[in-house]
Design a protein around this ligand. Structure first.
Ligand SMILES: [Zn+2]
Ligand SMILES: [Zn+2]
Length: 340
């Protein structure tokens, strides 16, 4: 089969490799479309820890089941599906309390095992969800990134009564905005790039803030009538921005940190204790897919706005290079692997 193989840091080869064989609890999926994620960029850049090259990258996919292992019963050949990319250990504390998304020995498709930037991928059958035909493949592969946004909103227990400040209008911030607006919450969103906020505007954001040029504290007070936000979602991963969330959250409010960094930042005791603020981490998604598949099928979300570019598998090298430059006109890049 054809695959985009990451040979080494910043080195991609479109190659013929053996078609994978599903293990007894796996299905073989013929990939139709696959999304490029920030994690894929880190694999390409060589900034992902504990990684062995060569690897076929990619974990956001949809496709058609073409084969299955002998213990797989609920999924059949010909099913149109997507899936969660997590491969949890099944017996650590997180797994035992139903949080395999943050398993202490978590493996991820496209990082620790070969992923979906290929004509075929093998996925554990218990991570597979059927898609209705009404969802086109270029949208179906975006259920997973929307899952990251929805999981973060679940961590915040967001309701329609809430006003939410989303910091960062990349795929996580944009998917969270789209879902928050579908719930009916009021949302202010900020980004360094005005261009990225154009997508947010089309999705119905109530207030756009260009963070480089605008007084954010003033915008927060104006939007919330001086009360500050009950819910703040940080989606940049920049330590100084993460730290600033304490200034934007209301007394008794919640902060969720979705951005990833290996640096640290300071949380003030005044924010933690006097304001009794809850700070949540968020990682991957789990059990969010059915809710999102319904929302996608009902056309209540706008993945077509998040998807800014489509490339073929042959042009994966060009696509990942574009994603790694992180320019303002790029939000989500989709690789179209095959037609239905
Ligand atoms: Zn992803
Ligand atoms: Zn585990």
């Amino acid at each position: 089969m054809k695959a985009a193989v990451t040979i080494n840091k910043e080195s991609i080869r479109i190659d013929q490799v053996p078609k994978p064989e599903p293990k007894e609890d796996e299905v073989l999926v013929k990939v139709l479309a696959a999304g490029i994620c920030g994690g894929d960029v880190r694999v390409y850049n060589g900034t992902f820890p504990y990684l062995n090259y060569p690897i076929i990258n990619g974990h956001e996919f949809c496709g058609i089941v073409e084969g299955k292992g002998k213990t797989v019963q609920t999924i059949k050949e010909g099913d149109y599906v997507t899936g969660e990319p997590i491969i949890p250990c099944g017996h650590c504390y997180a797994c035992s309390i139903g949080k395999p998304n943050c398993c202490s020995d978590l493996k991820v498709l496209g990082v620790h095992v070969n992923g979906c930037f290929a004509e075929y991928v093998c996925v554990k059958a218990d991570r597979i969800y059927k898609l209705p035909d009404a969802i086109p493949p270029e949208d179906g592969c975006l259920i997973e990134p929307y899952g990251i946004g929805l999981h973060a909103l679940h961590r915040l227990a967001l309701t329609e009564e809430d006003s939410l400040f989303i910091i960062g209008a990349g795929p996580i911030g944009i998917s969270a905005l789209d879902i928050a607006k579908s719930i009916g919450a009021k949302v202010m969103i900020s980004d360094l790039f005005e261009k990225r906020l154009e997508i947010a505007e089309k999705m119905g954001a109530d207030r756009l803030v260009v963070s480089g040029t605008c007084d954010i504290d003033a915008a927060v007070d104006e939007f919330t009538g001086g009360q500050k936000f009950p819910a703040v979602l940080e989606a940049t991963g920049v330590p100084a921005v993460m730290q600033s969330t304490q200034n934007y959250v209301a007394n008794g409010g919640r902060i969720c940190l979705a951005g990833v960094t290996n640096k640290t930042f300071e949380l003030s005791t005044m924010a933690f204790c006097n304001k009794e603020v809850a700070v949540y981490g968020t990682r991957n998604s789990y059990h969010e897919f059915p809710e999102l598949i319904d929302l996608f099928a009902q056309k209540r979300l706008h993945p077509e706005l998040m998807r800014t570019h489509i490339f073929s598998l042959d042009d994966y090298g060009e696509a990942i290079k574009m994603a790694s430059k992180n320019t303002s006109d790029v939000c989500k890049i989709v690789i179209k692997v095959a037609d239905r």
